[in-house]
Design a protein around this ligand. Structure first.
Ligand code: PEP
Length: 256
């Protein structure tokens, strides 16, 4: 078991992919698989905003939960194109991904902004799934742990309840590339993150720390068995029910 007492979470980040029809079929397939088994793993599906409602309906009555991919810092107001945390909650979401490296890169999101979003998310009743991770240049320069440490310190607001936080360690260079860090590197980073969290709050000992970056059915069991890895944030492989389920099965192996 990767951390005794922590139930793994496998979260699917669909990013800007799919269609209404695909969303219905993919979720129906996952719901059928979940109904036929009792994996000791929590499953979260994070579709693009336009499909939240469709996915919420398809997930209804199942053990899977719904999440958003981002939210605004404000509760409501003049913010064209943005979505409030309370709107996600209203549609049945229980969580929201924040600070994904694609948002940090494409939208210039700073850790300070991510912290403000996390605060808004938790205030609206959502779990904030906060992403951190170094670039390849930062790792090659030997700065990976320091970069991730700064992101953790600055992206998780002070005073927030750690019961409402999930951290995803996602090396930027491993996202969508088919490359993954060594098991030893994943273990070292997760150990570092656990130490940072517990130094801040005793509840840091039970915050789920996910690994993300090219997780597939073929490498999931090995990655999920690493100490302090409590599940996965999955991009590309979350778009196929068979692959997402295969990853959940890999996570289940380290949970039992
Ligand atoms: C991600 O974007 O969060 C991710 C982990 O992507 P992938 O699984 O495709 O590497």
């Amino acid at each position: 078991m990767s951390t005794p007492g922590i139930r793994p979470l496998v979260a699917g980040n669909w990013k800007m992919n799919g269609s209404r029809d695909m969303a219905r079929k993919l979720v129906a397939d996952l719901v059928a698989r979940a109904a036929g088994s009792e994996l000791p793993v929590d499953l979260l599906v994070c579709p693009p905003f336009p499909y939240l409602s469709v996915v919420a309906d398809a997930l209804s009555g199942s053990s899977l939960s719904l999440g958003g991919q981002d939210c605004h810092t404000a509760a409501a107001g003049a913010h064209t194109g943005d979505v409030a945390a309370a709107m996600l909650r209203d549609l049945g979401a229980g969580a929201v991904i924040l600070g994904h490296s694609e948002r940090r890169a494409d939208h210039g999101e700073s850790s300070g902004l991510v912290a403000a979003k996390a605060k808004a998310a938790v205030a609206a009743g959502l779990t904030a799934l906060v992403c951190v991770g170094e670039t390849e240049a930062q790792r090659n320069a030997g700065d990976a742990e320091k970069i991730v440490e700064n992101q953790i310190v600055e992206s998780i607001p002070s005073g927030i309840g750690f019961a409402d936080i999930v951290v995803a360690y996602e090396p930027v260079w491993a996202i969508g590339t088919g490359r993954t860090p060594t098991v030893a590197d994943v273990a070292a980073m997760h150990r570092h993150i656990r130490a940072l969290l517990t130094a801040r709050d005793p509840l840091g000992a039970v915050v789920r720390i996910l690994y993300g970056g090219s997780v597939k059915p073929g490498n999931a069991a090995e990655l999920m068995a690493v100490p302090e890895v409590n599940g996965a944030l999955v991009g590309g492989a979350s778009l196929k029910a068979e692959d997402f389920w295969g990853i959940a099965e890999g996570a289940a192996k380290s949970a039992s």
